[in-house]
Design a protein. Structure first.
Length: 569
């Protein structure tokens, strides 16, 4: 329900635009610096799905379900390798499958294309590492390295996988009584660790070659605030199935706003689990320390990459950086369950019908709480301005294509759908590039139309930000021929932007003219004989527009007209 109840959001539309305007196998597409991410696998999967069915959410929704299934099966395999087929396996599995900590990273397609393949690789490599240490079969080293490399192709954060796998193997040896657990883990799995290290170094080199490093921040105070907020408002309530409530300011993604009761229950669960496990199990102090360390380590690099003194703390409450923590906590829980019981631990914790009833009841409460949090997230997630906008735009473009052959001027889509920081993917020509039933996008048109803020294609006009001053020639205005370019003066300067100019002209034949602002590229504009009007998208800045006739023997008279932005007529 969560997958099919969602829709394209923000980075999803950037992926759609890139898939429609770039070659799917080109290095510039696969190895694009996507907001600090290097994710050729995610780009390839998104591009294939997008080209098969442009702006149809069915394909992305199916991919979410399939990827989640793969991640869940990989985790089940890892838990089975650690615990065997025992009822106790359901404890970490239930937590991983139902906790809301992984929901935001699943619902958002672009985020899921990063995290879900990484989660599958994380669980698989951990299982392979354990099997390698147990059996000394090098097949597990080979498959572990291949799967690890596959995870890196989707998310650079997958670089943590070999370190997590080593920690899981060493901790499992430790709780089972091996006093040289670290040495055992290294020696028995050295071929996996060495090969993984080489792959990691190669991928780091690729990452550093692709990503803009100036994005990094060293605002440690803000990083600490973000980390603290993610713990108090995300991780801790998530242990009790929270946060229960989400806030949202469209077009931002929802962020967790747990009520005091959810936060209190989370702390109660955490303290209870800590006390109960330490009282019941031996040698699990290192497991708890590893869990706490990873909770911080999995977030700090991201906050250093994205935070500054202007960052809102709500970033930490979006929870989209925590899906891998869910898998790590599940694996560490399984390791802790393998630790031997303390001889003097309470007898009431031994296997018995009352213990089974209590465990089942607590699990049911956790699942109920988690489902409620997921339902409230879905309610907030569905408040997505992109869905009605894109659906209306697609219908309007199809109708326009059936009724007219006139092209459309390019324009930015509504900022509630995709803002200017995503340029050029926020242009209609990119977002709708793969639609088959639509008018062509061109630099000039004789029929001025625009997509309004609701997504409907409507008649448009040019606002009078500046005016082309009347020309010097009576009954003509500005006169131009191929060997006689002319400078159309404006009544004031224009700042850098993508402007739209209205040219009212008289031509003696078919042909084209080239127009450009004082500081801007040339734009080719077709013209037709007689008295006509054409609208052109002219990017740049300056106080005049230069016009030059291109076609041999073409003569043009150009009158005054507006230069500005598009607005509904």
């Amino acid at each position: 329900m969560l997958a099919f109840g969602g829709y394209f959001y923000w980075d999803d539309l950037i992926l759609v635009g890139k898939a429609g305007t770039e070659g799917l196998l080109s290095p510039s597409y696969l190895f694009d610096d996507h907001d600090g991410h290097v994710m050729p696998g995610a780009f390839l999967v998104a591009g294939v799905i997008t080209r098969l069915a442009p702006l149809d959410w069915t394909g992305p929704a199916i991919s979410l379900v399939v990827l989640q299934l793969l991640a869940s099966l990989a985790l089940l395999r890892a838990l089975w390798v650690i615990l065997g087929w025992r009822w106790v396996l359901l404890i970490p599995l239930t937590f991983a499958l139902f906790t809301p900590l992984g929901v935001p990273g699943f619902a958002w397609w672009a985020a899921a294309l990063n995290s879900l393949p990484m989660l599958a690789a994380l669980a698989w490599v951990c299982a392979d590492a354990i099997l390698l240490v147990r059996t000394a079969n090098l097949r597990y080293a080979a498959t572990g390295v291949l799967v690890y490399f596959g995870g890196l192709l989707f998310f650079e954060k997958a670089a943590v996988i070999p370190f997590v796998a080593f920690a899981v193997v060493a901790l499992l040896c430790h709780v089972q009584g091996d006093r040289a657990a670290v040495r055992t883990a290294w020696r028995a799995g050295k071929w996996l660790w060495i090969a993984s290290l080489l792959v990691t170094l190669a991928w780091v080199a690729v990452y550093l070659a692709v990503v803009n490093h100036r994005r990094w921040s060293f605002d440690l105070s803000m990083t600490w605030d973000l980390l603290s907020r993610s713990i108090t408002h995300g991780i801790v309530p998530g242990l009790a199935g929270g946060p229960w409530h989400w806030d949202r300011w469209a077009p931002a993604s929802p962020w967790a706003t747990p009520p005091p009761l959810a936060m209190a229950l989370g702390w109660l669960v955490l303290i209870g689990l800590l006390a109960l496990s330490l009282a019941r199990k031996q040698r699990i102090g290192a497991v708890w320390l590893t869990a706490a360390g990873y909770a911080a380590a999995c977030q700090v690099p991201i906050y250093l990459l994205r935070s500054s003194r202007f960052t809102a703390l709500e970033l930490a409450q979006t929870l989209r950086y925590l899906p891998d923590l869910v898998v790590v906590l599940a694996l560490l829980t399984a390791v802790a369950l393998q630790a031997p019981n303390r001889p003097a631990s309470a007898r009431w914790l031994d296997t018995s019908p009352p213990r089974a009833i209590a465990t089942t009841g607590l699990a049911a409460l956790f699942v109920t709480s988690s489902l409620y949090s997921t339902a409230t997230f879905l309610t907030s997630w569905r408040d997505n301005p992109a869905q009605p906008y894109l659906q209306r735009a697609e219908a309007s473009l199809a109708a326009a294509h059936a009724n007219s052959t006139a092209p459309l001027l390019d324009q930015e889509v509504d900022p509630l759908v995709l803002q200017r920081v995503a340029y050029p993917e926020n242009l209609a020509s990119h977002m709708f590039a793969l639609l088959r039933n639509r008018p062509e996008f061109a630099s000039a048109t004789t029929q001025l139309r625009m997509i309004d803020s609701s997504g409907r294609l409507v008649a448009a006009r040019v606002t009078w930000v500046r005016t082309i001053a009347p020309g010097p020639m009576p009954q003509c205005g500005y006169f131009t021929q191929p060997d006689r370019p002319v400078r159309l003066k404006l009544d004031g300067p224009l700042l850098p932007a993508d402007w739209t100019a209205e040219f009212n002209y008289l031509a003696n034949s078919d042909g084209s003219m080239t127009v450009s602002l004082t500081e801007g590229p040339d734009v080719k504009v077709p013209v037709h004989p007689g008295l006509n009007r054409v609208f052109a998208r002219v990017p740049g800045a300056g106080d005049a527009i230069t016009v030059r006739a291109n076609t041999t023997a073409l003569s043009l008279c150009i009158a005054s007209g507006p230069v500005g932005f598009l607005a509904p007529a």
